[in-house]
Design a protein around this ligand. Structure first.
Ligand SMILES: NC(=O)c1ccc[n+]([C@@H]2O[C@H](COP(=O)([O-])OP(=O)(O)OC[C@H]3O[C@@H](n4cnc5c(N)ncnc54)[C@H](OP(=O)(O)O)[C@@H]3O)[C@@H](O)[C@H]2O)c1
Length: 339
């Protein structure tokens, strides 16, 4: 396992992040405590140090399992990321949302469940479209000053909001968001329109969630195996099936697992990217860890890109039009260095 820097920070995180949304058996799926411990053991033994959880995962059970694990292991070795925003209860209007009040409350509850006195990376989980973004950054900066969190990050938020936040933080001398968590996989590429170019501009690391599309891209549903995805999900529709078939084809050519192909496609897009891989069984994790030993060649990347292509729409596709380029660059487009 190699280590990458998380965004514009000196924080070293392993090149695969372990998603722990499946720690706990609530809602009829997931890993029990013993299996979750075994998954974390296998991950740490391979050099993994970056764990992703949230206050809401399995109604707090994911954080509790990690907390129990941390009390018997070297807390300092791990880079623990959690999130705030989603409801802890439905009786208090301030027990959900992006507000400073909910942030402070949620972090205190997470610290208790995680049995630690600091969180390494705190993500805003999902944008509520009402809280001013300066309230969020100021709150996270205060938590950093209090030593309760080390870094600020953000997930599932429009690009313009994140951009405004990081620009304000720079002007105010607050800590900026260093990582951007978004759904990103061969089945879900819309983050390429605005979010990923924005992350590149700010030097943020993109941490894709569901990089295996919840398991669809492993090809197991094509083989008739079962998993947590419901048959009516768009992750199993005809478009998804056609893309997954290309993944299976390339995996067979390389003699590797489908997950290695799907995960490496996210890792080989030319921007800082650390996929958050979920696993509910030790074997799945051990398989996924081998991803770092595999690389896709240009031809394989092109076949995957072609099979999963989306329209960027306006303005992305407009900028690529020949006439627009001719006018914007006066015929020098091919001779000018690009960012
Ligand atoms: N910020 C957000 O809004 C957000 C949203 C969702 C997730 N997340 C984070 O992202 C992480 C990953 O998301 P995810 O679990 O939805 O996506 P994922 O990594 O695409 O899918 C994980 C699932 O795929 C299956 N799987 C994994 N490895 C496999 C293998 N080698 N062979 C066969 N099946 C395999 C397992 O499903 P089965 O259990 O069905 O076998 C596993 O639960 C989460 O744990 C969480 O930390 C964040």
């Amino acid at each position: 396992m190699n280590y990458k820097l998380l965004g514009r920070s000196g924080l070293k995180v392993s090149e695969l992040c372990l998603g722990t949304m499946g720690f706990g058996t609530e809602a009829g799926w997931g890993a029990d405590k013993d299996t979750s411990f075994a998954i974390m053991d296998a991950y740490a033994n391979a050099g993994g140090n970056f764990l992703d959880t949230a206050n809401i995962y399995k109604l707090g059970t994911s954080e509790k399992i990690i907390g129990d694990y941390m009390s018997h292991h070297d807390r300092d070795y791990f880079v623990l990321a959690t999130k705030y925003t989603l409801k802890d209860n439905t009786t208090n209007p301030n027990a959900s949302g992006n507000s400073r009040k909910n942030m402070m409350r949620s972090v205190e509850e997470s610290l208790k469940r995680l049995k630690t006195d600091f969180i390494d990376v705190l993500y805003l989980h999902i944008w509520d479209d009402i809280t001013p973004i300066d309230e969020v950054l100021r709150g996270m900066d205060d938590l950093i000053k209090q030593g309760k969190i080390n870094y600020a990050a953000i997930s599932d938020t429009p690009a313009w909001v994140v951009a405004k936040g990081n620009t304000l933080a720079e002007l105010m001398g607050w800590s900026q968001f260093i990582a951007l968590q978004v759904e990103y996989s061969l089945l879900a590429r819309t983050a390429e329109r605005e979010l990923i170019p924005m992350a590149k501009h700010f030097g943020m690391t993109v941490t894709p969630w569901a990089p295996l599309a919840g398991g669809a891209l492993t090809g197991k549903y094509l083989r008739g195996d079962k998993g947590r995805i419901k048959p009516e999900s768009k992750r199993l529709n005809s478009r998804a099936e056609a893309i997954t078939k290309v993944v299976v084809e390339i995996a067979q050519e390389l003699g590797v697992s489908e997950s290695h192909v799907a995960l490496n496609w996210t890792r080989q897009q030319g921007f800082s990217c650390i996929p958050i891989v979920g696993a509910t069984k030790v074997d799945q994790l051990l398989d996924n860890l081998k991803t770092v030993e595999v690389a896709l060649n240009d031809d394989q990347l092109k076949r995957l890109n072609d099979a999963s292509a989306i329209e960027l729409g306006f303005p992305g596709d407009f900028f690529k039009e020949e006439g627009v380029r001719a006018n914007t660059f006066g015929g020098f487009y091919d001779k000018v260095e690009k960012r």
